[in-house]
Ligand binder design. Structure first.
Ligand SMILES: Cc1ncc(COP(=O)(O)O)c(C=O)c1O
Length: 260
């Protein structure tokens, strides 16, 4: 049988990337070939028009292929400017950082750029350990902070962790929303940072009690632990404001670092 170019591409993916993923998508009837994706709509090659309610698990908060973003990227590529690692001052990064700090408010003045949420978390682990001189890391039960080894050490659940250990030592988990349990752990004064999602997302959209984050922040301050708000799913206006709760905020493509 002659293979269409589309079929050949799927076969290449099966052969060289991840056959199980193709199997799973087919099983869920989600193995769709797309002509194009614009805003909230996906246009399938079989003529169907699909409204995207998944949004890449909070990734496409500006919609698919937003024309302003596409045009800015094209403009930048057309400029054929320098794209070098540690050999020039990337001026656009400065401009973007300034705009992000303005949006973040609360006296934020620095941005660390990363290319994934997990990388943001890895950075937060390093920065908070370096700053406090402590090595302990605290997170919440049912938390999801990513799948790189450090981030996975703060992600709860055997489903994610099985087979990848040993993960980072000196980590602990407390129930989300439980200030008493948090204080008991913080009182050990061994934790560099407490990582928390302002609203737990992968854990089943868990919204904490009204004062939880504020009080957790106060407890962290009093025991010398930094608080890291993982806003990968809540930030960038997804829940209203630019950040839902800023203390130390690490988001999908950026992270902020500030001494308390
Ligand atoms: C709250 C949270 N933190 C971190 C991550 C990891 O982000 P990434 O998949 O970009 O590494 C995710 C991913 O879903 C997330 O939901």
């Amino acid at each position: 049988m002659k293979r269409t170019p589309e079929r050949a591409r799927t076969d290449a993916y099966v052969d060289h990337v991840n056959p199980q993923w193709v199997k799973l998508l087919s099983l869920l009837e989600m193995n769709v070939s797309y002509e194009c994706c614009l805003g909230t709509e996906l246009y399938a090659t079989d003529g169907r028009r699909i409204l995207d309610f998944l949004s890449g698990y909070c990734v496409h908060n500006a919609g698919h292929n937003h024309p302003t973003i596409v045009s800015a990227l094209k403009d930048e590529l057309d400029k054929t400017g320098p794209v070098m690692l540690q050999s020039n001052v990337p001026e656009l990064a400065g401009e973007l950082a300034e705009r992000l700090c303005d949006l973040a408010g609360s006296g934020m003045s620095k941005v660390f750029f990363a290319s994934s949420g997990s990388e943001g978390i890895e950075t937060a682990i390093k920065f908070t350990r370096a700053y406090t001189g402590r090595i302990g890391l605290l997170a919440c039960e049912r938390a999801f902070h990513g799948l790189t080894c450090g981030a996975l050490s703060l992600t709860d659940g055997e489903y994610w962790r099985k087979g990848f250990g040993p993960l980072l030592p000196d980590t602990a988990m407390v129930p989300f929303g439980d200030l008493k349990a948090l204080e008991i752990e913080l009182a050990s004064r061994r934790h560099a940072a407490f990582f928390v999602e302002p609203i737990q997302a992968e854990g089943g959209i868990q919204v904490p009690g009204e004062n939880y984050l504020q009080e957790a922040q106060e407890l962290c301050r009093s025991y010398g632990t930094l608080m890291v708000a993982d806003e990968v799913q809540t930030g960038m206006f997804r829940t209203g404001p630019f950040f839902l709760r800023i203390i130390l905020a690490f988001s999908l493509t950026l992270s902020y670092w500030r001494r308390p």
